[in-house]
Design a protein around this ligand. Structure first.
Ligand SMILES: NC(=O)c1ccc[n+]([C@@H]2O[C@H](COP(=O)([O-])OP(=O)(O)OC[C@H]3O[C@@H](n4cnc5c(N)ncnc54)[C@H](O)[C@@H]3O)[C@@H](O)[C@H]2O)c1
Length: 359
């Protein structure tokens, strides 16, 4: 199989994870890297390979790339994605897909018009405990999902927000904990529970006074299925404690995952140091499996580098989608649903009322 020529847009923190992930994937070749900082692009090319560019258009014109991975700050995702689609190049974009629904719609329209594959990173969907939950829910092992609870108690130092000029500001980040750290979990909650009908939410900035955006948010959710949900997400617990998603079904049975122990990892600064584990499994007749699942997942965790492994697995799914002309596991429409949900929570807080979702 001829490897797909991949171009990396954004040679920052997450870019380094993607460079390692792409290089570990036989189906891909890191053909080009691009950053507005020429110094960063050159340093990346020297370290990971590929031709260095400082402009997306130049890379699309001269880099002979067939797919791009976009790891720029989220309000800049759409511009690069649309340019790539217009050039007939497949797009895998980091989470969140964008900071606004307008941007998501521009990306979806450009992808559809060009007939390219558009995927959005949500690598925790490939965590084995998460896959196990999804399979149990889809198999009807908890009845229908009736209650989905996402909780994140994490921490970000003030220095995290000053590490790059775009962080912590409405204009250049589009939001705070809801948009950045929670995008993964909002995606998984929607994957487990289905689309949202209505949400009522609030946000606050508890202990990051130098930052404009939310470090804490809560919401109650009614799903289109009739199921209910709650979101409590925060980066204001020092030290960070855990992130979990628990799904309770109409049969009374429950399944759950602790995706992150302590604070969620910071790409390029910290790694995934604790294994993601199922922390709840009351499926009748399977209760005893919880200990086996945990032992299996701990054993695997000791063998892999979880900080890059799941990015590589998602990249392989994306390349498979291109090859097999099928949707990737995490589509542009899935990415849009996350943006729609956090935008609705901000709107609900602003207007002091529940907000309905759905196109
Ligand atoms: N999936 C994950 O676990 C994960 C982890 C970290 C970050 N992310 C996401 O990745 C994105 C980037 O985050 P980061 O922490 O790597 O940020 P970063 O600031 O470290 O890197 C962003 C890079 O993009 C470059 N850039 C800016 N504008 C550009 C343009 N027009 N063309 C080319 N390059 C440009 C910057 O110079 C910088 O090098 C964000 O959307 C973030 O949410 C995802």
């Amino acid at each position: 199989m001829t490897p797909v020529r991949v171009g990396l847009i954004g040679c920052g923190k997450v870019g380094s994870l993607h460079a390692v992930a792409v290089r570990s994937t036989a189906e891909a070749e890191l053909a080009a890297v691009c950053d507005v900082s020429g110094e960063r692009a050159e340093a990346f090319a020297a370290r990971y390979g590929g031709r260095a560019f400082t402009s997306v258009d130049d890379m699309l014109r001269e880099g002979r790339v067939e797919a791009v991975v976009i790891g720029t700050p989220h309000p800049l995702h759409a511009a690069a994605a649309v340019r790539a689609a217009e050039a007939g190049v497949h797009v895998l974009v980091e989470k969140p897909m964008a900071a606004t629904l307008t941007d998501c719609d521009a990306m979806l329209a450009a992808a559809e018009k060009a007939g390219i594959t558009l995927g959005v990173i949500s690598q925790r969907r490939w965590y084995e405990p998460v896959v196990r939950m999804k399979a149990a829910i889809d198999a009807g092992k908890i009845g229908r999902p009736a209650l989905g609870v996402f909780t994140m108690y994490s921490w970000r130092e003030p220095s995290y927000y000053t590490s790059d000029p775009w962080r912590g500001k409405w204009d250049t980040e589009g939001g705070g904990v809801l948009v950045n750290q929670s995008a993964h979990h909002l995606d998984m909650l929607l994957w487990f529970m289905g689309p949202v009908a209505e949400v009522c939410g609030y946000w606050a900035n508890v202990n990051h006074p130098t930052v404009e955006v939310d470090d804490t948010a809560v919401a109650v959710v009614r799903f289109r299925s009739g199921g209910l949900g709650s979101i409590v997400t925060s980066v204001s617990q020092k030290p960070g404690i855990r992130s979990t998603i628990h799904v309770h079904g109409t049969s009374g049975a429950s399944v759950g995952v602790e995706t992150d122990r302590g604070a969620t990892f910071i790409a390029g600064m910290t790694g995934v140091t604790e294994p993601p584990l199922n922390d709840l499994w009351t499926v009748p007749g399977e209760e005893h499996l919880l200990a086996e699942f945990q032992a299996e997942d701990r054993e695997r965790f000791a063998r892999i580098d979880a900080t890059t492994h799941y990015h590589a697995v998602q990249i392989r799914d994306f390349l498979g989608a291109i090859r097999e002309n099928r949707p990737p596991l995490v589509t542009g429409t899935d990415g849009r649903a996350v943006v729609e949900l956090f935008a609705a929570i901000y709107q609900s807080n602003r207007e002091g009322r529940p907000v309905s979702l759905g196109r």
